[in-house]
Write a protein that binds this ligand. Structure first.
Ligand code: SF4
Length: 422
């Protein structure tokens, strides 16, 4: 396969006002994020250096005239904590070094609370054209349990502020399988979210893994160790989660969102036609994407993946040259997939999308047993030369995905294959 230059860029901004105990992202809070000892200014300087170094490497490989980006995604953390002037400077640097294509999607994650929503009009003027609001729930007690700083009213305020600032593309991100959540409270959250008329809705199951147990927190790991309070919170929360209830909540979301005119284009994502998230589509369609910031992951769209280590101290030390030393790329890791795993992952990502995969894949000896099993179990269906998840397959997607991976033995699985959102 011929190497292609990235079509999308992910920028990780690792600061939040406070830490939500379920959060699985690289986040710094407290003195690291605010006040005179904050690392924010140093981070912004380092980020610009990393952008230059990554662009230099791409220039060397593909030439400076490579294709411009069709998507830039400012995620975190809470990137909306940065001043609009910083976001403007950042996007100008991205445009100068990578090129941002006319009409590209430029997304920023933000939170609904007045304290971390940020300067929405300033962000819009700086070139951000899509807002992804971390709503999670519209139930006050669930928001409190999740450690969120906002209340339901803030969500309506943020939505109004986003529209007033000129955002025509706004996503609301929701969570289900929250401890204590009921069918009634989830239904109220879904209906409340629909009532705010967003362009896009994500609904992810709350996942509560321990990154340390998965060996993701070492010097080149892409996760920070959990704080002890968060570990205890997760232990308690996990005991309250219920797979059957999660399946029921997911089915309810599918039904309600479809009835309201949102098209479920991916397992956890619904949009009004034309408002699908192009950045995430690049991931799911295995397009090459670049990434900067601590913990950020990049892929060449084929076999190569790399990531930056999570720790901000190492990130700053590498990129902010001192005593005449030269800036270098931050620590991290990389892996090369074998062809079989890459093929299986491509099909799994394809099946996550409503568009599915080419039915000709049924003749691939690696994939045929898993696909045939899914068709026979009616978790997959075939039509118009495509294989897709059936409605029951959307609830039991992990059962199929496990059978598609090389050497993977089918085992128990959770009802819905999703991951927590910020
Ligand atoms: S869940 Fe979102 S707001 Fe909460 S700490 Fe993580 S990134 Fe920050």
């Amino acid at each position: 396969m011929q190497a292609r230059s990235p079509v999308a860029l992910y920028v990780h901004v690792p600061f939040c006002l406070s830490l939500c105990p379920y959060c699985d992202f690289v986040v710094y809070t407290g003195r690291d994020a605010h006040g005179p000892a904050s690392m924010v200014d140093a981070f912004v300087r380092a980020l610009l250096v990393e952008l230059d170094l990554r662009a230099d490497a791409l220039d060397e490989r593909f030439g400076a005239a490579r294709a411009a980006l069709t998507s830039v995604y400012l995620g975190g953390g809470t990137p909306s904590l940065l001043p609009a002037a910083v976001i403007r400077g950042l996007l100008e640097r991205v445009d100068r070094r990578f090129g941002i294509a006319p009409g590209a999607e430029v997304t920023m994650e933000s939170n609904p609370g007045a304290g971390d929503r940020g300067d929405l009009a300033g962000f819009r003027a700086a070139g951000v054209n899509r807002l992804s609001l971390g709503v999670q729930s519209l139930d006050p007690s669930e928001l409190k349990r999740l450690g969120r700083r906002h209340g339901p009213d803030d969500v309506a305020d943020a939505m109004a502020a986003a529209r007033a600032a000129g955002f025509e593309d706004v996503s609301l991100d929701l969570l289900y399988d929250i401890p204590g959540q009921t069918v009634g409270s989830w239904e109220a959250t879904i209906e409340g979210a629909i009532g705010l008329v967003p362009d896009h809705i994500s609904a992810y199951a709350l996942t509560l893994d321990d990154p340390e147990a998965e060996s993701l927190t070492g010097p080149t790991g892409d996760h920070l160790p959990l704080r002890s309070g968060a570990r205890a919170w997760r232990g308690r929360a996990r005991r309250e989660q219920d797979e059957d209830m999660a399946a029921e909540l997911y089915a309810l979301a599918m039904a309600r969102l479809a009835a309201a005119g949102y098209v479920g284009y991916e397992l956890s994502n619904w949009a009004r036609p034309g408002r699908e998230c192009r950045h995430n589509l690049a991931y799911w369609q295995r397009e090459p994407y670049e990434a900067v910031g601590p913990g950020a992951h990049a892929s060449d769209g084929a076999l190569e993946r790399r990531w930056n280590a999570a720790r901000l101290e190492g990130y700053l030390a590498a990129l902010l040259a001192r005593d005449g030393s030269q800036a270098e790329l931050p620590p991290g890791g990389r892996e090369t997939l074998d062809g079989a795993t890459a093929r299986a992952e491509g099909v799994i990502l394809g099946l996550r999308m409503t568009s599915g995969v080419d039915e000709a894949l049924i003749s691939d000896p690696l994939l045929a047993p898993g696909l045939a099993w899914g068709l026979q179990a009616r978790l997959l269906e075939c039509g118009s030369a495509r294989i897709r998840l059936s409605e029951s397959g959307r609830l039991l997607s992990n059962e199929i995905f496990l059978r598609l991976l090389p050497d993977a033995a089918p085992g128990t699985s959770s009802p819905v294959a999703t991951e927590a959102a910020a």
